[in-house]
Design a protein around this ligand. Structure first.
Ligand SMILES: *Cc1c(COP(=O)(O)O)cnc(C)c1O
Length: 424
């Protein structure tokens, strides 16, 4: 049966007149896969429905927050109740204390935590804290890792490996990225070289402990420990950007999974349970530089608002009290990974950990940005559209992860695996 998307097409035309590219975040425009983005109307459990009434099994899950599936009863009920009491006060609330308490209990490396409203804000603020604490300016990030859209992090590597980065977006002055150094993920030598050159100028390394924004790339054995050691030796801080991995790789995130304790952690996505929250936190002595305790300024009108915190609290409670969710998530995702490998063979590299997965259309083993870039994006586009037209919604770009949720059923997985097996 031919999929009807008339209403999405109409909306997209209007949207393009009023919103740049018709979307409020670029990847949603389907730029790298072609075709018309689906305008979504509602979602429940593992399914999402577009304005034309088409049903999709959703493996985007709002790019991560939907770990429990969409519109989980307990979360929705709690949010409704909170709404009745007012949306925002701009004053301290009990809910903020509850959420901070939950976060610090689940992630003990976060001895103190500050709530913000997005992952971008969380990482931007954590870096300011690292700079304020160490009284140093430079940071190291990794090629292919994404940490939100703040100026200093929108970079590509400079022309020579040991120079500072150049902006990767128009509108970012070169001076704003002159304190950003870029190393290669999983490449210890590239980090060591930067420390050799800029040793006492480096405030922090910021890293996605499992990289999920160049497609999914796992850290090789020992890589994160190496980052822990070299930062410690050089008086720099280690920041784990757990905006995706937090409460996803296991309730304790990558920090617990790998047993490595960073100085600061940033959170987003799941921590808000579908509402806008980000958080950053870490060692008490480090977080004590944050205003009004210390001299590092950071603020937010809607930070810690009672609606978003309610969604976060309910979501984290469910995850914390039901650890078996993570065992099931991993099993489900392994089923998908196995099916993809069997069906697509050596045309693809399938990376998977926990409920995260990527199918790269390349014969290379994808371990960093360069190997990720060997993927055939036009083949991915064909695969994506094949699935989409058959009711499977995956990331509309090769260099993104697939997300599996607690709500995905055996039937969902079977349908997905069958379709992947039939792909030509
Ligand atoms: C999504 C993401 C961000 C940015 O979070 P936003 O809420 O989109 O601002 C930062 N870091 C990582 C690792 C992310 O995946």
């Amino acid at each position: 049966m031919e999929q009807v998307i008339t209403k999405s097409k109409q909306l997209f035309e209007v949207a393009k007149e009023k919103i740049p590219g018709g979307v409020n975040s670029p990847v949603r425009a389907f730029g790298s896969v072609g075709g018309c983005p689906r305008f979504m109307e509602e979602a429940k459990g593992s399914k999402i429905y577009d304005v034309d009434g088409n049903e999709y099994i959703d493996y985007v899950c709002s790019w991560g927050p939907g770990i429990l599936g969409h519109a989980r009863e307990e979360v929705i009920e709690a949010v409704k109740e909170a709404c009745g009491k007012g949306l925002t006060f701009g004053a301290p609330t009990k809910k903020e204390v509850e959420l901070a308490d939950l976060i610090t209990e689940i992630m003990p490396a976060m001895e103190m935590v500050r709530l913000v409203s997005s992952g971008t804000e969380a990482v931007m603020s954590a870096i300011r804290v690292a700079r304020g604490y160490t009284k140093r300016d430079m940071i190291i990030k990794f090629k292919g890792c994404y940490h939100g859209h703040s100026d200093g992090l929108l970079v590509k590597a400079g022309s020579a490996a040991l120079t500072t980065a150049v902006p990767d977006s128009a509108g970012v002055p070169a001076s704003y990225t002159s304190n950003t150094l870029v190393a290669n993920y999983n490449d210890e030598q590239s980090v060591a070289d930067l420390f050799a050159n800029y040793q006492d100028k480096i405030a922090a390394i910021v890293v996605e402990p499992v990289a999920a924004n160049m497609g999914l790339v796992l850290p090789k054995e020992g890589f994160l420990q190496f980052l822990r050691d070299i930062t410690k030796e050089n008086g720099a801080l280690l920041i784990f950007d757990e905006v995706i991995t937090g409460f996803r790789l296991g309730v304790g995130g990558a920090t617990a999974h790998y047993g490595i304790t960073p100085d600061l952690i940033t959170l987003g996505k799941i921590v808000g349970g579908g509402m806008p929250i980000g958080a950053y936190g870490g060692r008490k002595d480090v977080m004590s530089v944050v205003s009004p305790l210390g001299g590092v300024y950071q603020a937010g009108t809607l930070s810690g608002n009672p609606i978003a915190t309610t969604a976060g609290i309910e979501t984290l409670r469910i995850l914390k009290n039901n650890p078996e969710i993570y065992t099931l998530l991993e099993e489900k995702t392994k089923v998908l990974a196995k099916a993809a490998k069997e069906a697509l063979g050596d045309k693809v590299c399938v990376n998977q950990i926990g409920s995260l997965m990527s199918i790269f259309f390349t014969k290379e083993n994808v371990v960093d940005y360069a190997t990720a870039m060997t993927a055939d994006t036009s083949e991915y586009a064909r695969f994506f559209n094949y699935l989409l037209e058959r009711g499977i919604y995956t990331a509309p770009a090769q260099f993104e992860a697939m997300f599996v949720s607690d709500a995905h059923t055996k039937e969902d997985l079977e349908k997905t695996c069958d379709l992947i097996a039939a792909y030509k």
